[in-house]
Design a protein. Sequence first.
Length: 216
Amino acid sequence: MSELAKYIDHTFLKPNGDADAVKKLCREAKKYGFASVCVNPAEVPLAAKLLKKSDVEVCTVIGFPLGQSTAIAKCFEAADAIQNGATELDFVINVRLLKHDPEACQVELCDIIESVKDVAPAVVTKLIIECCYLTKEEKVLACKMAKAAGFDFVKTSTGFGTGGATVEDVKLMRKTVGKKMGVKAAGGIRDKATALAMIAAGANRLGCSAGVEICV
């Protein structure tokens, strides 16, 4: 089993694909020992069922991919995902709110964490800050806000924006949040060399749809 596997959220978030894609994803996750599978909310029940007797976590995305739903909607979506078996939640930040009303954005993030922890205190929470749309100063601000709100991780990208993870962004995020908070790199990580570069830069989780190719 590859040492890289424990870093990887084995991901399938496409809007279309083979009907058995999630089943295949879960089989591979168990075989290779990935940290989690990351699927869309509608596919959480199936993933949770298939991974029930394994060590693989079930991750899903909330407010995906734009982050433009309301805090109430995100909280409801999160609670539904938890009830369906999700143990890790990747929330998308409202980029426009971050840019134009940071105080309101901070309140929203705090409300989300409070809501999630009331339902399931052990659930792992990650905030996708979508670096491709942010200045360096905004990336730093978003990371500080995530840490203040109580998120467990900050994450570089949805993979649906104009750019994915970069070594520079991962280094900046790690520097900003310190050693104890998680940093997840996602978007465009398709080979072992890139995966290792992200880990060297400070990532302790990788979102990849090419997890098998990276680990073999």
